[in-house]
Design a protein around this ligand. Structure first.
Ligand code: SAM
Ligand code: SF4
Ligand code: SF4
Length: 372
């Protein structure tokens, strides 16, 4: 049995202050960080709550009935999220992903989607607007999400065997309802749909082939994610990580695969296709194959902190600026300066620093708080 690590400090309380730069950083869409990486992808966590207790993300022992979730007043309002998103788009963001926690638990999420869908990129186009969900509420919400302007969804599903899946989500949630959610999303036009499966050796690795068989020829892109050492509560151990190369070999032995080129710079998944035309699969290898070199993702936490890396221990407090009456130009300037100072590349450094460290030293925040 893996030893559970219970956090002694609440990392959400720590914040780096976001200051207004002496010299304005104009939003030109050409922003680059210290390693020359642009800002293209914004992930917004809209709630830190979830109705699942996946052991790799929100283990029951920590996220129990006494766990203190953020009070409503500290959450960014929809208007605040939209105001910030507008500045990120001015700096070159092309894609916005809503996440959490479980984003579909945030009340009236469709209202936020409508507001975000009305924004424009620097080129005057609609941003790509997508959402990652555990699928539990999708059957009920797919049509209203589409009507509000959501373009696509990514659904997390860790297996097809009902017993394994119920154990993974740890709230006894049945597979069938997630599959219904995926079907509803497809019927509503929320595609192309992606399905994410976290592979944990010893827990659900025997689900790799059933999942591959199920989603081949479906038009849905199945992506296998290496179990990551995010946060500080999941008791992560390297021997529970099943490297993507192993998952790929397993599939390739039954259904030969051919490599595909990356479709966009900074893409998280390595893309492969079934040689027989059965569609595409992806591998997200953030443990065994670091991909920080072109990481163009920023994360906005539920309470408005800007995180420059999934493994960061601190975020920059944009909410204080927002609520302090800062102008849009000043907000853009502050975001620009923070991004210009970014040098994070945790996955590349993991091997030298060891998995227990955070990108900037200190304890890492939980994935449910900053979003995946
Ligand atoms: N609740 C939604 C869901 O599960 O899709 C959105 C938030 S969840 C934090 C986003 C993604 O992060 C999910 O696909 C989940 O499987 C993944 N994830 C969470 N913890 C992880 C870990 N330790 N390693 C790898 N992926 C993880
Ligand atoms: Fe909830 Fe998603 Fe985390 Fe599972 S992975 S506990 S569904 S936030
Ligand atoms: Fe990006 Fe940090 Fe992940 Fe590297 S470790 S790819 S910098 S989020």
């Amino acid at each position: 049995m893996a030893e559970r690590v219970i956090p002694l400090v609440d990392q959400r309380l720590a914040a780096l202050s976001a200051v207004l730069p002496g010299h304005p950083v104009a939003a030109t869409g050409l922003l680059a960080d210290k390693l020359g990486r642009p800002l293209r992808d914004l992930r917004i966590s809209v709630t830190d709550r979830c109705n699942f207790r996946c052991s790799y993300c929100m283990p029951k022992e920590v996220f129990d009935k006494d766990y203190k979730y953020l009070p409503h007043a500290s959450l960014l309002s929809f208007e605040e999220i939209t105001q910030l998103a507008r500045q990120f788009l001015a700096h070159g963001v092309q894609k916005i992903r809503l996440t959490g926690g479980e984003p579909l638990l945030r009340k009236n999420i469709e209202v936020l989607i409508e507001q975000l869908a009305a924004l424009r990129t620097v080129e005057g186009k609609s941003p790509e607007l997508t959402l990652t969900t555990n699928g539990s509420l999708l059957a009920r919400k797919a049509r209203s999400l589409k009507a509000a302007g959501l373009q696509r969804v990514t659904v997390s599903l860790d297996g097809l065997d009902d017993a394994v899946f119920r154990q993974m989500n740890d709230v006894d949630f049945p597979v069938a309802e997630v599959l219904e959610g995926i079907a509803a999303a497809r019927a509503a036009g929320l595609g192309p749909i992606k399905v994410n499966m976290v592979v944990k050796r010893g827990t659900n690795h025997d689900q790799v082939l059933p999942m591959a068989r199920h989603f081949r020829h479906s038009g849905i892109v199945l992506r296998f994610i290496e179990y990551m050492d995010v946060g500080a509560t999941n008791g992560w151990r390297m021997d529970e990580v099943m490297p993507s190369s192993e998952v790929r070999d397993l599939i390739d032995a039954e259904f030969p695969l051919v490599a595909l080129p990356a479709s966009t710079p900074g893409e998280t998944a390595q893309r492969w296709a079934y040689a027989d035309g059965g569609g595409e699969v992806g591998f997200i290898s953030s443990v065994t194959q670091a991909f920080c070199g072109d990481c163009n993702r920023a994360r906005l936490s539920t309470e408005g902190k800007l995180y420059l890396c999934l493994f960061a221990s601190n975020g920059y407090d944009l909410r204080s600026l927002l609520r302090g009456g800062t102008s849009d130009a000043e907000l853009a300037s502050a975001i620009g300066q923070i991004w210009q100072g970014r040098g994070d590349r945790y996955s590349e450094l993991r091997s030298t620093m060891g998995p227990d460290s955070a990108a900037g030293g200190g304890r890492r925040v939980e994935m449910s708080y900053i979003g995946g």
